[in-house]
Design a protein around this ligand. Structure first.
Ligand SMILES: Cc1ncc(COP(=O)(O)O)c(C=O)c1O
Length: 453
């Protein structure tokens, strides 16, 4: 019988609810704190930046939230996304493992990011906003929000991390094609940007600085809100449609994952794939190992501290209890721009502390080696971010080759790399280096974490 590569769902089988993991956890996550009073933030504190529908989702105690029809209608432009069985990669590796990948590169932006951009634009438009501001690292999030804004009649202004702005002119043009305005961050347009530029005119930027700029621009304008592409509870929840679909798809072929692997920047694609499976694990129905993979050059889960810290560099956001390298930490300009974030989603940090998941950090040359093996067997050029998940998938498959175990490995191929070919160029011509973080540099950065909270 011919091998089945793609497991697809009909549009009518697409899940119609997002999953909120919070009520199922054995302990609630610590609340965000107001940066001035250090008291837990309430809905009113978040109202200058977010519409009430999203604030209520952020603090919701409901296990499921219905996806609005207007959002489902846009999702159906590319969803349900395919689940692939990586037969060709398995053969190339000579592994007895069965490898599956959920492919989000089929979205118009080329990644999982529209899964939350679309509802965020929808709820903001419903609340009467005129404009949204945001940051973007890899450019995937900026593209996703630009698309979502144009579909719901909103203006969109994007601060793109300098290193990514310089490396990826076509990402910027794609964002502009969807009608948004793009600034290189740090920019002279905001106080946070001017502070970063002082004495450092070629600053490579960071997600933390770009967030400060976008938050500052939104806070100063009544008809403008801010949208975040990762980290917050509601963003992670919007991504759970990935895992909900994957559960249905694996059930169609009668397989159950033993290992689930996803890359983590702020944590949204990892959460999107893993949380529905974690629900099944906590209910005792399955027992997979769930493993996050981060870059060795930005190792918040594996080498950061678990503490209250700011989500941005300028200290404008609420204090979040998370694994952090310190909000002043400026990661080396590694090619996986979407993983250059000093912190980790509070929900993922909490789940990691509860011992419900594992984490590893992998240097980028091993990731690009994995990407080439993947591209040359499966035919898809991955975005630099999920190459981290692929590297760990290949490590796990190699362990199966040694032991002879036929484990089922599920991973998230959360984007394609069509705009990231400069990174592939650096790998192919041998100029890519592994930028590791020294103990000294880490110690200096961690001094920036607020004490005594
Ligand atoms: C393709 C892709 N994967 C992963 C990430 C990392 O973000 P998150 O951890 O929220 O999924 C990004 C961020 O820009 C991205 O573009």
């Amino acid at each position: 019988m011919a091998e089945q590569h793609k497991i697809v769902l009909d549009e009518s089988e697409m899940p119609t609810r997002w999953y909120n993991i919070v009520p199922d956890l054995p302990a609630p996550p610590p609340p965000p704190l107001h940066p001035g009073t250090h008291e837990p933030v309430g809905p009113a504190d978040l109202a200058p930046l977010f519409p009430m529908d999203l604030i209520l989702q952020e603090v919701s105690g409901d296990s499921y939230i219905d996806i609005p029809d207007e959002v489902l209608d846009v999702y159906r432009l590319w969803r349900p996304s395919p689940l692939y069985r990586a037969h060709r990669l398995e053969k190339a590796l000579g592994t007895p493992a069965r490898i599956y990948y959920k492919y989000e590169g089929v979205s118009p932006a080329g990644s999982h990011k529209p899964n939350t951009a679309v509802p965020q634009a929808y709820y903001n438009a419903k609340a009467g906003m005129r404009r949204l501001t945001t940051e973007t690292g890899a450019g995937q999030w900026g593209t996703a929000l630009a698309l979502a804004c144009t579909l719901f009649g909103l203006e969109c202004e994007v601060w793109q991390v300098g290193a990514s702005y310089d490396q990826k002119p076509y990402r910027r043009l794609m964002i502009e094609t969807f009608g948004a305005t793009v600034h290189r961050s740090p920019s002279p347009l905001t106080e946070s940007g001017r502070a970063a530029l002082a004495g450092h005119p070629d600053h490579p930027g960071s997600l933390g600085i770009a967030i400060s700029e976008a938050v500052e621009a939104a806070a100063g304008s009544a008809d403008t809100n801010y949208a975040l592409g990762s980290v917050l509870n509601h963003v992670l929840m919007h991504q759970t449609i990935i895992g909900e679909e994957a559960l249905l798809q694996l059930a169609k072929v009668g397989d159950t994952p033993n290992v689930i692997v996803g890359c983590t920047g702020g944590g949204s694609n990892f959460a999107g794939l893993a949380f529905p499976f974690l629900r099944e694990k906590m209910a005792g129905r399955i027992d997979p190992v769930i493993r996050a993979v981060e870059p060795a050059s930005c190792p918040s889960l594996t080498r950061g501290v678990y503490a209250y810290d700011f989500g941005d560099t300028a200290g404008l956001t609420p204090l979040l209890k998370m694994h952090t390298l310190g909000h002043d930490f400026i990661p080396d300009p590694i090619h996986a721009g979407g993983l250059r974030y000093h912190g980790m989603a509070p929900l993922i940090s909490h789940i990691y502390e509860l011992g419900l998941m594992e984490a590893v950090a992998i240097p980028q040359t091993e990731c690009f080696d994995a990407a080439l093996r993947f591209a040359r067997s499966e035919g898809i050029v991955p975005a630099p971010e999920p190459t981290h998940a692929l590297a760990e998938t290949i490590r796990e498959a190699a362990r199966c080759t040694e032991t002879g175990e036929e484990k089922v490995i599920l991973t998230a191929l959360c984007g394609h790399g069509h705009f990231d070919m400069a990174a592939y160029g650096a790998y192919l011509d041998g100029t890519m280096r592994d930028e590791l973080v020294s103990e000294e540099r880490l110690a200096v950065a961690l001094q920036g974490v607020p004490a005594g909270l």
